[in-house]
Design a protein around this ligand. Structure first.
Ligand SMILES: [Cu+2]
Length: 341
């Protein structure tokens, strides 16, 4: 599945629009001329465009038309350059003072780490699964219209003591009311997963909280790793800023700072290098708008397991939103890539 509204897909459509317009005009004119001025057809002597077959119209040329032939394509080419550069700007010029989701990507030999600076709370579309999970304050509640939904499992990871996993006792959904309620305190510093399953343990609905940066700095940022088969999870309809670094997998040798990688989202048509030694990292922005799973690859040869350096990005809807919802923060599609042919 392709995220069709990403910047370069839209740019492709714009180039296609102009290519078709120019093509129809040029070939149309050519075929008209071929029909009209072919051998055996009497030239129309009453019109200004009377020309001799096979001879260049030296003394009856049209200066205005000839200038138009140069000026019009020049304007079109200049316009295409503007379109192309504005797409580049959307990906590589960082937005200022806007609400963006900050992600740190660390390329190692040979896997990716996805570190969360901003928190993200998301769940599957309740409209599609018939299940709605809510966990705030001291209460976890589930409302279900899905007759299959039976069990709720809750897992939390980390917090101040990093890496500690807690599996809570499963909660049952009342088969009559479709509700489940439990007194549990939501901890924003922990990674929390709530999964609703049917009687066979089949997963029906997921709710998840991913913690952001700890303001007190007591713990490391939460991270997913492609080495463990974990996906990078990003919200839809929100601008995402990737800050990317290359780091050695084993930092026991201070003289070794890693190799160059390139973070590539092939279906979105964007990639950016991760360069060892650049302190602040390199940057790229994206605006995902379709939910789904998209591949991640390394586009820079980085050693013998380079081809294994793959992962996935999962686009989800933030809790209480869905991906069809026009959030009004679509800077990329409003400003530089939406509709302004
Ligand atoms: Cu690589």
């Amino acid at each position: 599945m392709v995220a069709e509204d990403t910047v370069f897909a839209v740019l492709y459509d714009k180039f296609m629009f102009w290519a078709i317009l120019v093509g129809v005009f040029t070939f149309g004119w050519m075929f008209l001329a071929m029909l009209r001025y072919r051998e055996g057809v009497e030239p129309d002597t009453t019109h200004i465009d009377h020309i001799e077959v096979g001879s260049f119209p030296v003394d009856r040329h049209n200066t205005k038309l000839e200038i138009f032939f140069y000026v019009a394509p020049t304007i079109i080419v200049a316009w295409l350059i503007v379109l192309a550069l504005s797409s580049n700007t959307a990906v590589w010029v960082l937005p200022e003072g806007e609400e963006a989701h900050d992600m740190k990507i660390i390329g190692k030999q040979w896997f990716w780490e996805f570190e969360y600076k901003d928190s993200l709370t998301w769940e599957d579309d309740p409209g599609a699964t018939g299940i709605d999970v809510d966990w705030k304050g001291t209460t976890l509640s589930v409302n279900s219209t899905n007759a299959q939904a039976v069990n709720v499992s809750v897992t939390t990871v980390g917090g101040i003591t990093f890496g500690e996993t807690v599996n809570y006792d499963p909660i049952s959904i009342d088969t009559v009311t479709g509700q489940a309620m439990a007194a549990m305190t939501f901890a924003p510093e922990k990674h929390a997963v709530v999964e609703v399953t049917d009687a066979d343990g089949e997963l029906l609905h997921t709710w998840m909280h991913i913690p952001g940066e700890d303001p007190n700095g007591y713990r490391d940022n939460f991270a997913f790793s492609s080495a463990l088969g974990e996906d990078m999870i990003l919200p839809c309809d929100t601008e995402v800023i990737f800050e990317m670094h290359s780091a050695p997998s084993d930092d026991s040798n201070p003289n070794y700072i890693g190799v160059q990688h390139s973070f590539w989202l092939p279906e979105w048509g964007v990639k950016e290098d991760l360069v060892p030694g650049i302190e602040g990292g390199t940057y790229m922005t994206v605006m995902p708008d379709d939910p789904g799973l998209f591949p991640i690859k390394c586009a820079e040869y980085c050693g013998n397991q380079h081809s294994m350096m793959v992962g996935q990005v999962k686009i989800v809807a933030e809790e209480g939103r869905n991906c069809d919802f026009d959030s009004g923060v679509k800077k990329l599609t409003d400003g530089s890539s939406g509709g302004d042919y």
